[in-house]
Design a protein around this ligand. Structure first.
Ligand SMILES: [Zn+2]
Length: 662
C-alpha cells in the first residue's frame, strides 16, 4: 500500500483520502457540472453514405488491406496535435472489409454517396420530441480521427438541430445540439504497430445528442442518460444490444477544467465515471496546493535527464533487462526536488499522479511505462540501485523524488519530456484533456483536447436543405417522451402506475408493445405486462431459464389463455415449463402437464358429482352451502377451469338440485 497523505508537510492530514471521497463529496459544494454526449446507432435499412446493409457480420468473404494514416492539415494549415503524435508512432492499420457489409466507400476508394434521408428524418423526429430547432440546411463536416478507426482519417458528422431540452423531477436540462454521424470501424486485434479493424460498423448512422452541462450529480447523470435512451428506443428505429449506445461525458468542478471522458457503454458505469472524475479533479487541486505549500515553483521543474544506464546495467529486474537490451536501450532519470510522496499520491482508486505521468509518456513517446521514486524499490529494482540513482542525480532520498524511463534513447527522452510537461501542468491544477473510460469507472489520459483544427467541411457532399416534406415525415417519426408514454400506458391501457413506470425503458417494452398489438381485445394489457415484468422477472431471479423462451411461445401461451384453454393461474406455470423445453409447443406442454382447462361438460359433471356427494349439507343449508361447494370443486379441479365458469355452473346446478328436492 502506498501512502496517500503527505507526512512531511501536512501532519494533521489536511488532504482527504481517496477511499472516503466518493461517499463524502458534496456535489453542490464542489460545483460539479456534467454534460452528456449520447451516441446511438440508428436502425436504418442502409448505411449513412452508401448502400451497404446496416448490419454487423461475423462470417463470410472479406477483403483485407493495409493503410498508414497521415495527419491532415485543416484549411487553416494547422495539424492536429494528437493526430500528429499518433502518426509519429508509425502504426499500420489492417482493414477487414466484409463483402456483405462494406463497399468501396468504406474502403475510401469511392466518394461518399448522398446522405441517407431516413437517418436524417429519424434524428429530426427525436429533435422534435425535445423541442430542438432543426437547422435549415444540413452541412456535412469532417472531424479528424486519429486512431485509424476511419479509413479516411476523419469521421463525417452533420448538425441536425440546435437547442431544446427535457425535464426530470421538475428540473430542466438543456440540449445543445443533435447531430447525425457515421460510426467508426470495429476494432479487432492489436499487436505491436499493427492494429486491425473490421469495416462492417463503419458508416452505420449514429444520432449524437449533446446536453448542456446542467447535470449536477452522478444520480442526475444516470437519470438524464436513461431518459434520452428511453426516448431513442421509443422511436423503434434504433439498434439494440451491447455497443449500440455509447456515452461520452464532460465533467468539471469549481476550479477544475472541462475534461472529456469517452466510451461509456454501460449505464451503470456512468455515475461512477462522474464521481471518480470529480474526485480526480479535487485531488489535483489538492496536489496543486501542496506544491505551493512546499514552496515549489513551475520554473523549478526542468527537463534535465541524467543517463543512469550504468547503474542499472547489471540489474536483475526483468523489465529493466528487457528494455536495456533494445537497440540504443538507455535508462534516463530526472530529479524532482522536494517531491517525495507526490508521485505516489492517489487520484482515483489505484491510479496515482505517477500513473498520469506514465500515460503521457506512453502517448507522446510510445514507451511502455515510467518508474518513479515513490514506487521503488520494486519491479525487481533494488534498494541499492535506487540509492545509487539518487546519488547520481544529487538528490536526497528522504525529501526528493525522480522519474525514470528505460527504452530506446529517443523514445525515453521524448517520454520524459512529456512527463515533465505534465508535472508543470500540475501547478495550474487540472489539465484540459480527453480521457478514456476503464472498466471500473476510473479513466486514463487518451489525448489532448482537439482544437478548432479538428473540423472542416466535407466537400464531396452538397448541403441538404430540410424540406417541409422531410419535416412532415419526421413528425410522424417523433417518439412520445417517457412521461407521455407512461400516461398512455396508465390511461389508455389501464396499467397501474408502478407497472407503467417499470415498463418504460425496460428491455421488455418492445416485446410488450408487439404482444399487445397482436392480442388487442383478447388479452388484458395488465396480464401481458405482469407476465413479462413480474412473473418472468421473479422466475429469472429463482434461476429459471426464461431467457430460453422465444416470443412466439409467449404469444401462443397468451392465445391459449384468451381462448380459455388455460387459466390465468396456469399461465406462469406453463411459461416455467416451456423455458425448460425450448422449441416446444405451448399447447403440447399444457396438455402433457395437465394445465389444459376442462370443457364445460366435464366441469359440469364434477359439479354434479360433488353436489350429490354433499346432498345432506345442502338439505340443511340450502343456498348458503354455495361457498362450501365452490371450495370443494375448485380443489378437485386444481386450476383446470376458470373460477367464473365454476361459479356459474355451481349456481345453475345447485338451483336445479334444490328445486328437484322440494
Ligand atoms: Zn458501403
Amino acid at each position: 500500500m502506498k501512502k496517500e497523505s503527505f507526512p512531511h508537510t501536512s501532519p494533521c492530514g489536511s488532504m482527504s483520502e481517496v477511499s472516503d471521497v466518493e461517499t463524502s463529496l458534496n456535489w453542490d459544494h464542489i460545483g460539479l457540472k456534467v454534460g452528456l454526449e449520447i451516441h446511438q446507432q440508428l436502425k436504418t435499412e442502409r448505411k449513412l453514405f452508401c448502400n451497404c446493409r446496416n448490419t454487423l457480420v461475423e462470417e463470410g468473404p472479406e477483403v483485407i488491406f493495409e493503410r498508414r494514416l497521415r495527419p491532415t492539415r485543416s484549411e487553416l494549415g494547422e495539424v492536429d496535435v494528437a493526430a500528429y503524435f499518433e502518426w509519429k508512432k508509425g502504426r499500420i492499420y489492417e482493414y477487414h472489409a466484409p463483402l456483405l457489409a462494406s463497399c468501396l466507400v468504406e474502403a475510401d476508394e469511392e466518394p461518399p454517396h448522398s446522405m441517407n434521408q431516413e437517418a436524417i428524418e429519424i434524428a429530426l423526429g427525436v429533435a422534435l420530441a425535445m423541442d430542438s430547432k432543426p437547422v435549415d440546411e444540413i452541412h456535412v463536416m469532417r472531424k479528424i480521427v486519429i486512431d485509424g478507426s476511419n479509413t479516411t482519417g476523419f469521421q463525417r458528422t452533420a448538425l441536425v438541430s440546435i437547442g431544446g431540452g427535457l425535464e426530470i423531477k421538475g428540473k430542466k436540462y438543456r440540449i445543445q445540439t443533435i447531430c447525425v454521424e457515421e460510426d467508426a470501424a470495429r476494432k479487432g486485434e492489436e499487436k505491436d504497430e499493427r492494429i486491425s479493424y473490421v469495416l462492417d460498423r463503419l458508416g452505420i448512422p449514429l444520432i449524437e445528442i449533446s446536453t448542456a452541462p446542467d447535470i449536477n450529480s452522478p444520480e442526475e447523470a444516470i437519470e438524464v442518460a436513461s431518459w434520452i435512451g428511453t426516448l431513442l428506443r421509443m422511436t423503434g428505429k434504433v439498434r439494440r444490444g451491447i455497443g449500440t449506445i455509447r456515452q461520452d461525458l464532460n465533467v468539471s468542478i469549481a476550479g477544475g477544467e472541462k475534461v472529456e471522458i469517452k466510451g461509456v457503454q454501460e449505464l451503470e458505469i456512468l455515475p461512477k465515471a462522474v464521481s471518480f472524475e470529480a474526485m480526480r479533479q479535487k485531488k489535483l487541486l489538492e496536489l496543486k496546493e501542496e506544491l505551493y505549500r512546499r514552496g515549489l515553483k513551475k520554473d523549478d521543474i526542468v527537463f534535465s535527464p541524467i543517463d543512469v544506464t550504468l547503474i542499472l546495467k547489471s540489474s536483475k529486474s526483468k523489465v529493466v533487462e528487457r528494455n536495456l537490451s533494445k537497440t540504443k536501450g538507455k535508462a534516463y532519470a530526472i530529479l524532482l526536488r522536494n517531491f517525495k510522496d507526490l508521485l505516489g499520491f492517489e487520484l482515483q482508486p489505484n491510479r496515482r499522479f505517477g500513473t498520469e505521468l506514465a500515460d503521457y509518456a506512453r502517448f507522446y513517446g510510445d514507451v511502455k511505462g515510467l518508474f518513479h521514486g515513490d514506487e521503488l524499490p520494486g519491479y525487481g529494482i533494488t534498494e541499492e540501485e535506487v540509492r545509487k540513482i539518487y546519488d547520481s542525480l544529487g538528490g536526497d532520498i528522504e525529501k526528493d523524488n525522480f522519474i525514470l524511463i528505460i527504452d530506446e534513447e529517443e523514445k525515453a527522452l521524448k517520454s520524459l519530456k512529456a512527463a515533465i510537461e505534465r508535472i508543470k501542468a500540475a501547478f495550474d491544477g487540472v489539465p484540459k484533456e480527453t480521457r478514456s473510460i476503464l472498466p471500473d469507472g476510473t479513466s486514463k489520459f487518451m489525448r489532448p483536447q482537439p482544437g478548432a483544427a479538428r473540423m472542416y467541411p466535407e466537400t464531396d457532399i452538397p448541403p441538404i436543405p430540410i424540406s417541409d416534406e422531410m419535416l412532415k415525415r419526421a413528425f410522424s417519426l417523433k417518439p412520445p417522451t417517457p412521461g407521455e408514454k407512461k400516461r398512455f400506458y396508465e390511461e389508455a391501457l389501464g396499467l397501474n402506475p408502478s407497472l407503467a413506470e417499470q415498463l418504460i425503458g425496460s428491455e421488455q417494452q418492445e416485446m410488450f408493445e408487439r404482444l399487445h398489438s397482436r392480442l388487442k381485445g383478447k388479452v388484458d394489457p395488465t396480464t401481458i405486462a405482469s407476465l413479462l415484468l413480474v412473473h418472468m422477472v421473479s422466475m429469472k431471479r429463482e434461476g429459471i431459464p426464461v431467457d430460453n423462451l422465444n416470443e412466439e411461445q409467449i404469444y401462443e401461451s397468451l392465445v391459449l389463455l384468451s381462448e380459455g384453454k388455460i387459466t390465468k393461474e396456469g399461465l406462469p406455470e406453463l411459461i416455467k415449463l416451456l423455458s425448460e423445453r425450448p422449441n416446444a409447443k405451448p399447447i403440447d406442454i399444457a396438455k402433457s402437464s395437465g394445465l389444459l382447462t376442462m370443457g364445460e361438460k366435464e366441469v359440469r359433471d364434477i359439479v354434479k358429482k360433488i353436489i350429490s356427494e354433499n346432498a345432506k349439507v345442502i338439505e340443511e343449508r340450502g343456498e348458503r352451502s354455495k361457498s362450501l361447494l365452490m371450495g370443494l370443486i375448485m380443489k378437485e379441479l386444481r386450476g383446470k377451469a376458470p373460477g367464473s365458469l365454476v361459479a356459474k355452473l355451481v349456481e345453475e346446478e345447485l338451483k336445479s338440485f334444490i328445486q328437484h328436492r322440494s
